[in-house]
Write a protein that binds this ligand. Structure first.
Ligand code: BEZ
Length: 232
């Protein structure tokens, strides 16, 4: 039976998990750091192997964003160990992050990772959780489509800038088609607010205002994301 799905903006549920790096308590053990928990359908499957290779290739980039990675599937810790050994031996890539073993699906059920398309394996889900343990984003991908790791890095980078300046980030930030590297002022909630915005910011209309933040933020984000993408 699927459990309640945690939602964006909620505290990540407290879970004691068994991993390839020993027991961990989520989100408590990651307090003060961002973490990305990602589930995959099964060990020893090709798309999942490409994803693990890609996540491991960007591990240092995630660390630069004060972010830890945690994998999860409905497999035993032994299967995770054998599979990661295989990845190291055959593909030359060490998997440096823990993988949660969830052989009977208890954790998967609590996180809403079992979907109708396959009642016996986890979907490709991604939870992005901030240093206070709050879920900032949840992504779901189907079994037949591997994730874009560059986009997950971009999301964390954009979240960090968004939180720092209390602004919203446009599509494809820092390279938006309309406003470039500028950022969006959150919606006005009063008539006075709406009038103020028109005086204070550059606006297409009272509900669509944007502003510049220090140039270094976008330059640094662009350089960081381009460097990470080159590791493909
Ligand atoms: C894969 O990772 O290759 C995969 C897993 C489950 C279903 C289809 C593909």
């Amino acid at each position: 039976m699927p459990g309640m799905i945690p939602l964006i903006g909620e505290k990540f549920p407290r879970l004691e998990v068994s991993t390839t790096h020993g027991m961990k308590v989520l989100p408590d053990d990651y307090q003060g750091k961002w973490f990305v928990l990602f589930s995959h359908p099964a060990d020893f499957t090709p798309v999942c192997t490409t994803e693990f290779y890609a996540f491991a290739s960007r591990y240092e980039d995630f660390k630069k964003l004060n972010t830890e990675l945690i994998g999860l599937s409905i497999d035993s810790v032994y299967a995770h160990i054998k599979w990661t050994e295989w990845i190291k031996e055959k593909l030359g890539k060490e998997i440096p992050f823990p993988i949660i073993a969830d052989p009977v699906g208890n954790i998967a059920n609590k996180l809403g990772l079992i979907h109708a398309a396959s009642a016996t394996s986890t979907v490709r889900a991604v939870f992005i959780v901030d240093p206070q343990g709050i879920i900032r984003a949840i992504l779901y991908y189907p079994a037949e489509l591997g994730r874009n790791i560059d986009e997950i890095l971009r999301m964390i980078k954009a979240f960090q800038v968004s939180s720092k300046y209390k602004v919203a980030m446009p599509a494809n930030w820092p390279n938006n088609e309309l406003i470039g590297e500028r950022v969006i002022i959150p919606p006005a909630s009063t008539v006075k607010d709406a009038e103020e915005r028109l005086k204070q910011y550059t606006c297409y209309d009272w509900w669509f205002c944007h502003k510049e933040i220090p140039k270094e933020e976008a330059e640094e984000a662009r350089a960081f994301l381009e460097r990470a993408a080159k590791k493909r």
